[in-house]
Structures are given as structure tokens and as C-alpha cells.
Design a protein around this ligand. Structure first.
Ligand SMILES: CCCCCCCC/C=C\CCCCCCCC(=O)N[C@@H](COP(=O)(O)O)[C@H](O)/C=C/CCCCCCCCCCCCC
Length: 246
């Protein structure tokens, strides 16, 4: 039944595919209600990253940050070894929340934030000022780069088998998307965290899926939602020459 739906996608019947998938995702959502005591829900993550794109293709910052907050819950559920990554993510989210507080119009979307910060010269292109709060543009760029890692990891996980080592999948995605942005020290710490990644079966329990087909659907749907957000964000950073903000 599942592969028939995938074939519909290949035939180009996009609309039909979306309707069918909406129903099957609903079944997943229904099932997740039985996963008591779990803070993290991949459907909430999906909801946040889907709803953070406005009708005109702008990125809504509040919703975008909610998606990240859901990811923090996921990391926290994996234990202390991921604490430094969760902490770093929280720090970035708090900087963004700080900007949003009291400036909700200016920081309503990524696009309005970029215009606001550039117009006022708040974005530093040469160096990171030690004595002032990092700009929203710089801070969101760090999250944006990590989103690329997540997108690759989810995709790899959706196409992997129970024999695959999740730590290795993590490391491969990290090398491709993120490692070159990090210092030697951070890369060593990340490598240690990857060794502690739970096996695929345990990860699937955390995201509350029962069987392989459901896992593939949920993970690939999440990866696709994240790709859309990533691409729209990337376009904005590229257009303003801000992909390498220090
Ligand atoms: C079953 C599927 C669900 C998967 C859910 C995965 C949840 C984790 C999602 C994303 C985690 C990555 C967040 C990392 C934010 C990193 C921001 C950053 O790059 N900061 C560095 C640069 O900042 P500045 O110094 O320039 O201000 C900072 O140097 C880095 C600090 C340490 C973070 C190291 C990150 C390593 C990330 C590798 C992936 C994490 C795997 C977690 C798996 C649960």
C-alpha cells in the first residue's frame, strides 16, 4: 500500500500524493497519542517547520523557533552526552527570542529581520563584536547551517536499515553540512557525541513510530518540510551576501 503511494508521486500526481500522505500522517498522529510521557513529537516538529512558511514564501520566525524548541526536547531526551549541543542550540534560540521581544514586527519574518538589521547597520560582516549581542542574521545563520545537517540526517535515516549505525549516519551528514564551519575542538566533541547515538530502533521509539514503512514516511516527510525551509532561507542569505557572517 505504501509503495503504491510512492508510485503516485513518481507519476507526478502531486496533489493526490499530498492528500494520501495527509491521511497516513493522521494515522501516525493518532498513534502518537498513545506514546505517553514523550515530550518530543515529530508531528509537532513537522507542524512547526511547515507552518513557518507564509503564503508568500517568507519564513515566520516564531514558528521557525518553535521547530527548534521541539528539536531541543529531542536532544534532551537522549541524555547528558548531547547536553552541550542542546545548550548551544538553546543559547542561539534565546538570542533570537531576545530580538523578537519588543520588536515583533521587525522580527516577524526572516525577510523583515534582514531588512531591519541591514538598514540599521546591525549586521557585522567583518568580525563578531565581543561587546554586543550577536545580530539575528548571524545567529539564525548558525541554526540554518545546522538545519542542513538535520535534513541530511533525516534523509539518511529514512533510507537506512536497522543494520546501519546511526552515529555514522550522523557523522556523514555532519562532515557534509557542518564540520567545515566548526573549530577543531567542536568537531572532536561532536565526534564523541556521535559515538553515543542510540541505535536506529531506539531512535524510532523516541519519534514514536511502530514500523519501518511508517518510519520512512514520517522521516522523509519531515526531511522534505525542512528542505523547503532551508532553501528559502538559503536564498535570502545568498541574495544579501550573508552566508559567511563571522
Ligand atoms: C529521529 C530524528 C530526529 C533527529 C533530531 C536531531 C535533533 C538535533 C538537531 C539539530 C542539532 C544541531 C544543533 C547544533 C546547533 C549548532 C550551532 C553552531 O553551529 N554553533 C557553533 C558556531 O557558533 P558560534 O561560535 O559561531 O557562535 C558553535 O561553535 C558550536 C557549538 C557546539 C555545537 C556542536 C554541534 C554539532 C552538531 C551535530 C549534530 C548533532 C547531533 C545531535 C543528535 C541528537
Amino acid at each position: 500500500m505504501w509503495s503504491m503511494k510512492e508510485r503516485n508521486l513518481e507519476d507526478g500526481k502531486d496533489k493526490e500524493m499530498i492528500t494520501v500522505k495527509a491521511v497516513t500522517l493522521e494515522q501516525h498522529v493518532e498513534y502518537t497519542r498513545q506514546c505517553e510521557g514523550k515530550d518530543f513529537q515529530i508531528t509537532r516538529l513537522l507542524g512547526a517547520f511547515r507552518s513557518c512558511i507564509s503564503e508568500n514564501g517568507h519564513i515566520l520566525l516564531k514558528e521557525y523557533l518553535s521547530g527548534w524548541e521541539e528539536l531541543i526536547k529531542f536532544m534532551d531526551s537522549l541524555g547528558m552526552v548531547f547536553g552541550f549541543i542542546s545548550q548551544e542550540t538553546t543559547t542561539k534560540i534565546n538570542i533570537m527570542r531576545g530580538h523578537l521581544t519588543g520588536n515583533s514586527d521587525e522580527y516577524h519574518t526572516l525577510q523583515s529581520m534582514v531588512r531591519y538589521e541591514l538598514d540599521r547597520g546591525l549586521v557585522n560582516f567583518k568580525e563578531l563584536p565581543q561587546d554586543q549581542v550577536p545580530s539575528g542574521c548571524r545567529t539564525l545563520l548558525r541554526l540554518h547551517r545546522a538545519l542542513k545537517w538535520l535534513q541530511l540526517f533525516l534523509y539518511k535515516l529514512s533510507t537506512s536499515t536497522s543494520q546501519d549505525n546511526t552515529g555514522e549516519l550522523c557523522a556523514l551528514a555532519y562532515e557534509k553540512a557542518l564540520a567545515h564551519h566548526h573549530s577543531w575542538f567542536v568537531r572532536q566533541a561532536a565526534a564523541l557525541a556521535f559515538l553515543a547515538m542510540p541505535p536506529r530502533r531506539e531512535l524510532l521509539q523516541v519519534i514514536c513510530v511502530r514500523e519501518e514503512e511508517e518510519a520512512q514516511l514520517v522521516l522523509s516527510t519531515a526531511a522534505k518540510a525542512i528542505v523547503r525551509v532551508y532553501n528559502l532561507t538559503q536564498d535570502v542569505y545568498e541574495a544579501y551576501g550573508m552566508l559567511e557572517l563571522p
